[in-house]
Design a protein around this ligand. Structure first.
Ligand code: BTN
Length: 243
């Protein structure tokens, strides 16, 4: 496994994407950085982290997904890998907030950004970007963000966390390759943040409503049981959870 350790970079995802497009990189090539100047988050947002305090990494996963439909499963595999690795450190109260935020109690401690590109042979290369807040304690203007240190009152070794996470990702990716995705789906559903708890949501028109998260369907859409007993499906841009 090749690990490229950088001090500062614009974005580890962009760096690894550039490398993978110009060179024949090994599967599971890993890039880490102490800091990013243009860290990217989901849906065009930015990802800010304090220098040297957190895990900033991108991992190249090739020849695992064979269709666009499989993309959500890779998100599940990575989210569960982070949860699995953190559970080995005996970290309690971890959840996955749909689609793939990692929560400690009701605060976000990690985010995942997977960028896929389809090659000429139809295979998909995925750049799996992970930002895990480890030893940072100050999250000014980010009231819903936290870190392992804030959650546990302990410092953590960033490199060994990376090793544990990569090993769990390899196990879960093997499951995707062997078509054993049912297990991943079940575990994902079991770890969903606020599943079956009455929750306030807001739709695209800023209308608030109550509902219960039931599950995530195979397209990655969130299924919510509404007050009139109907079940509605929402895509990622169609609903926000208020918590
Ligand atoms: C999110 O918005 O929740 C996803 C955040 C993903 C951040 C990571 S940090 C390493 C990698 N490089 C990036 O530019 N983004 C991802």
């Amino acid at each position: 496994m090749k690990v490229i350790k950088l001090d500062a970079i614009d974005s580890t995802n962009d760096f690894l994407k550039g490398l993978s497009q110009t060179q024949n990189m090994e599967n599971f090539t890993i890039v880490t950085a102490n800091s990013q100047t243009k860290g990217k988050g989901q849906m065009g947002s930015s990802w800010q982290t304090e220098r040297g305090k957190n895990l900033i990494t991108s991992i190249l996963i090739r020849d695992t997904l064979t269709s666009i439909e499989g993309i959500f499963v890779l998100n599940i595999a990575v989210a569960l890998a982070i949860i699995g690795a953190l559970k080995k450190y005996k970290i309690p109260h971890l959840f996955i907030k749909w689609p793939n935020d990692i929560m400690a109690e009701n605060k976000k401690i990690a985010g995942i950004l997977i960028e896929n590109s389809i090659k000429e042979n139809g295979r998909i290369d995925s750049i799996v970007g992970i930002g895990l807040n480890v030893n940072q304690t100050n999250f000014e203007n980010l009231p819903k963000a936290s870190s392992l240190k804030n959650h546990m009152n302990l410092d953590f070794d960033i490199e060994s966390l990376l090793e544990s996470i990569v090993s769990e990702i390899q196990t879960n990716v093997e499951k995707i390759r062997n078509n054993e995705t049912e297990f991943l789906w079940k575990k994902y559903t079991a770890n969903l943040f606020r599943k079956d708890s009455p929750t306030v949501f807001e739709d695209q028109n800023s209308i608030k409503f109550m509902g219960l998260i039931q599950r995530v369907n195979s397209d990655g859409k969130l299924e919510i049981l509404l007050e009139d007993d109907s079940v509605k499906q929402f895509g990622i841009k169609e609903v926000t959870m208020i918590y």
